[in-house]
Design a protein around this ligand. Structure first.
Ligand code: F6R
Ligand code: MG
Ligand code: MG
Length: 369
């Protein structure tokens, strides 16, 4: 059994503003998914939201980059946009950057994480969804999970995990990628992925036990701003991570989120702020349009069927992380428009800031050397 898990997401309109997906939009998306399941195209699905992003979690046998599956997602987003327009939801169709579908949803606005793999006798699956941040936000937690022995005990004490992992890292500006091995190359890996605006972990592959060409983690890497050439909302990434039996355990995959690390995004996609791990109930962005949130749903896969979910951060053990995140949010906010709360200029080039600078350009006079 080789199922494909596809998580495809888009912001098709928020309520109010960029806070949250409307329940009617979710209902409409479910109708499309149900129809596709009844027709045999999908094995199973789960529809949810993280903030203003509509998240389609789909399983099927069509492989990655399937035209049929991408078309289904596109049509679902299109129809949900129509509904959003009728309801006058905010920024209806925000992430649908092209008018017509041409076989593959990549580069059209929605974010995609997909993987096809041999389903093991027990196949635990974690789906991570972030709002008000960007793909590089997954660099730190994914690195810790698959390469940091202080996070993942299995790297030290389980021989089926400690042969390490291969990281596929994308340069999202130059459209290049490199595969690097952990643990041998962890310093060089960090040299790249610490620059998370540019170098983004796309996939992780196992080195032992499991088929080497089947990823164990995949992250969406679409950068809306690079596609659109201007700011059209943050990229709000998703990730799929497999766990257990030769891979990091569930608890090792979610352990990095016990630290509210700083990510870029937040208000107007232009600020650094702490990630906050939240339950489905709090997967909505309020304060200063944030702070950036991460939601995680856990499933068991059964012949491609999604058994679950468990709302992984719906647990008091994360309360202190949320408190710390709120404290860091306070601290960062006190900087107002100053860096490093506000992003550095080069990260603002696709926002509305260049228009402000343009306005005063003519008033600059040359200074003496
Ligand atoms: C960030 C985000 C929001 C908006 C902000 C301004 O990803 O979506 O913070 O950037 O609310 O939105 P507009 O320009 O639509 O008024
Ligand atoms: Mg939005
Ligand atoms: Mg969003």
């Amino acid at each position: 059994m080789k199922p494909t898990v596809s998580v495809i997401k888009a912001d098709v309109g928020g309520c109010p503003g960029h806070v949250k997906v409307h329940p009617k939009t979710i209902e409409r998306a479910k109708e499309h998914m149900e129809e596709a399941k009844n027709s045999g195209l999908l094995i199973d699905y789960y529809v949810t939201n993280c903030g203003d992003d509509l998240e389609l979690i789909m399983t099927h046998k069509k492989g990655v980059d399937s035209e049929e599956i991408h078309n289904l997602a596109w049509n679902t987003f299109k129809d949900c946009t129509e509904l959003a327009k009728k309801m006058k939801l905010y920024a209806a169709g925000q992430d649908l950057l092209k008018d017509a579908f041409s076989g593959n949803i990549r580069g059209m606005g929605p974010g995609i994480a997909e993987m096809e793999f041999t389903e093991r006798p027990g196949e635990p699956l974690l789906i991570f969804m972030m709002d008000k941040t960007e793909p590089g936000a997954f660099n730190l937690p994914i690195f810790k999970t698959f390469a940091d022995p202080f996070n993942t005990a299995g790297l030290v004490i389980d021989p089926s995990v400690n042969s390490g992992f291969i990281f596929e890292i994308w340069d999202i500006k130059e459209h290049k990628m490199v595969k690097m091995s952990a643990p041998e190359e962890i310093y060089d890996i960090l040299a790249l992925i610490g620059a998370k605006e540019r170098y983004v972990i796309k996939r992780v592959y196992p080195r032992a036990k499991l088929p080497e060409d089947e990823p164990v983690a995949v992250i969406s890497t679409e950068k809306l701003s690079f596609i659109a050439g201007k700011y059209v909302g943050k990229d709000d990434p998703v990730a799929i991570v497999r766990a257990q039996s030769g891979l990091p355990a569930i608890g090792e995959v979610i352990e990095p989120y016990s630290f509210p690390f700083l990510v870029s995004g937040w208000m107007r996609g232009s600020h650094n702020g702490p990630i906050m791990p939240v339950s489905q109930r709090y997967a909505q962005c309020t304060r200063f349009d944030g702070p950036p949130r991460v939601l995680c749903l856990g499933f068991q896969l059964a012949e491609g069927k999604l058994v679950g979910p468990v709302d992984m951060f719906d647990d008091p053990v994360y309360d202190n992380v949320r408190v710390e995140s709120a404290k860091v949010a306070d601290y960062m906010r006190k900087h107002g428009p100053f860096e490093p709360h506000r992003l550095p200029l080069e990260d603002m080039e696709y926002t509305t800031l260049p228009k402000v600078l343009e306005k005063i350009k003519g008033r600059f006079k040359t200074t003496k050397k």
